[in-house]
Design a protein around this ligand. Structure first.
Ligand SMILES: *[C@@H]1O[C@H](CO)[C@@H](O)[C@H](O)[C@H]1NC(C)=O
Ligand SMILES: *[C@@H]1O[C@H](CO)[C@@H](O)[C@H](O)[C@H]1NC(C)=O
Ligand SMILES: *[C@@H]1O[C@H](CO)[C@@H](O)[C@H](O)[C@H]1NC(C)=O
Ligand SMILES: *[C@@H]1O[C@H](CO)[C@@H](O)[C@H](O)[C@H]1NC(C)=O
Length: 455
């Protein structure tokens, strides 16, 4: 009896220690949402890097269906530099703003019927360090890079799973959007390799799910011209003249090549007024967000999170982040951006990681909006083709409510498979424009892998 009691007390002490060192909290209510949250939301910090000098903040949403069997998704947000709260509130998470009844100082939240948490456990994280509520304890630790983000994501996940062992056996997918196309395959690869080395605990990695990825900093940016042609933004004449004179290289043009420069000016003239996130959306007037923009999301997110009651509800450590910003502009990448004091863009392409994943028991889903000019599906097609995979099913339409929702193509090679799906009419952040279609594609794909082979 006595020893049993002692063990139990020890267990409680250990539990206390764990809870204390990681400030894990179940969030029951959030300002702007009436009543208790009808889903389980956990927030907290996990320390990573040397001496855990980087404190990573996360938002974990349990699956609203069957949390013990449904897949676990680690979702990395793009930029780099955008907070995990942004997709949580604005793309694939359980809540969204009620735009009709919200004002900057009085924001109302509603449930997102197409939340990915309907069928999956999802962890949203604030990475790189300096994003959202994640912070560094020293100046050295505040500097980051593509390689460091990979390491931090991996270390975060491992530690989180050790502390939440009931999710260790769930099928695990590394997922993300946009710039994280550079990072996601590398995180997945690290997990496969560490499992092969026998690292404990073994992580139940099944694959990757990447939305509108940046995969290769040449191919993806370069593909914008061909995409603009396919989308009828530039004429046949302009396209062919540009292609010929620039020798298929539109982003690193030799300044002596004036024919190419002149043609590129013609292209710019045709595309300058276009919103690259979705060619059908207007350009936002930053000074007057409401009338021209579909939704003033950035303003709402910033206003809501900077409310002290919200930070209290999320159990954010006080006095560390002065003003929360949905994105850290000094970390964000644009073509040919040089390294800054904060961040080094040290991975040019993740194609080599994809090539290595081909040898693993790995399932990959790539989703692209076909109206995106940021990282157009044209570039994605290009690097996928370069993998020389055998085709399992040809380009064909896929459907939601008996309507063509987009097109898909599937590839396979021994235990590896890759599905490439477009969403018709969607822009860069696919779920923002076509929430139901994005949800259906994710759900069907996960279900086909998670619940097909076993039981
Ligand atoms: C905030 O908005 C809600 C819903 O639109 C409304 O009922 C409430 O009166 C507003 N509160 C304030 C203080 O304006
Ligand atoms: C952006 O990230 C850097 C690097 O961690 C950090 O020092 C800085 O405070 C962050 N800026 C904002 C506006 O959050
Ligand atoms: C493009 O459209 C989206 C959706 O309305 C908007 O959020 C974004 O700010 C727009 N981009 C620009 C550069 O105006
Ligand atoms: C794919 O095939 C092409 C042509 O056969 C070849 O040049 C290329 O090296 C192959 N790429 C890979 C990754 O195997």
């Amino acid at each position: 009896m006595e020893s049993k009691h002692m063990t139990f007390s020890l267990f409680i002490i250990i539990l206390h220690f764990i809870t204390f060192s990681n400030s894990k909290t179940i969030v029951k209510n959030l300002p702007g949402f009436d009543g208790d949250l009808p889903f389980t939301l956990e927030t907290g910090y996990v320390g990573v890097g040397e001496d855990e000098q980087v404190q990573v903040f996360y938002y974990f949403v349990e699956s609203e269906r069957n949390p013990s069997d449904d897949p676990l998704l680690l979702y990395l947000t793009g930029g780099p530099g955008t907070s995990g709260l942004y997709p949580f509130l604005y793309q694939i998470g359980p809540l969204s703003f009620n735009f009709e009844s919200s004002w900057k100082n009085n924001i109302t939240l509603e449930l997102n019927p197409n939340s990915w948490s309907k069928v999956a456990n999802v962890i949203f994280i604030d990475l790189p360090v300096g994003v959202g509520f994640s912070y560094a304890k020293t100046w050295e630790a505040s500097r980051s890079s593509d390689s460091i983000v990979t390491l931090h994501s991996y270390e975060f996940l491992r530690k989180w799973l050790v502390e939440n062992p009931r999710f260790l056996s769930n099928p695990l997918y590394i997922s993300g959007i946009s710039y994280m196309g550079i990072i996601v395959p590398n995180v997945a690869l690290k997990i496969y390799n560490d499992n092969e080395r026998g690292n404990q605990p073994q992580l139940n990695i099944k694959g990757c799910l990447i939305v509108a990825p940046l995969t290769d900093k040449f191919i993806d940016f370069n593909s914008r011209i061909e995409a603009a042609h396919r989308l009828a933004l530039i004429s046949d004449d302009i396209y062919h003249a540009t292609k010929e004179t620039c020798h298929d290289n539109y982003i690193h043009n030799d300044p002596e090549n004036t024919l190419c420069s002149n043609n590129l000016e013609g292209v710019d003239e045709c595309t300058d007024g276009i919103n690259f996130s979705n060619i059908l959306e207007p350009l936002c007037d930053e000074t007057n967000m409401k009338p021209t923009c579909r939704e003033a999301a950035n303003i709402f997110v910033d206003a809501w999170v900077n409310n002290k009651d919200v930070q209290k509800a999320l159990d954010v450590r006080e006095g560390i982040i002065e003003t929360w910003r949905y994105t850290n502009a000094s970390i964000r990448y644009y073509l040919d951006k040089e390294d800054t004091i904060y961040y080094s863009y040290d991975v040019f392409s993740s194609i080599a990681d994809h090539q290595q994943l081909l040898t693993k028991n790995c399932q990959v889903l790539i989703i692209c909006g076909d109206h995106d000019l940021t990282f157009p599906y044209v570039g994605t097609e290009k690097w996928i083709t370069s993998l020389n995979l055998s085709i399992e099913s040809q380009w064909e339409p896929w459907f939601v409510r008996k309507q063509v929702a987009g097109y898909q193509m599937a590839y396979a090679q021994s235990q590896y498979s890759l599905k490439f799906a477009t969403v018709k009419g969607a822009g860069h952040s696919v779920a923002l424009y076509k929430p139901e279609e994005a949800f259906v594609m994710m759900d069907r794909w996960l279900a086909s892998h998670t619940y097909s082979s076993d039981s």
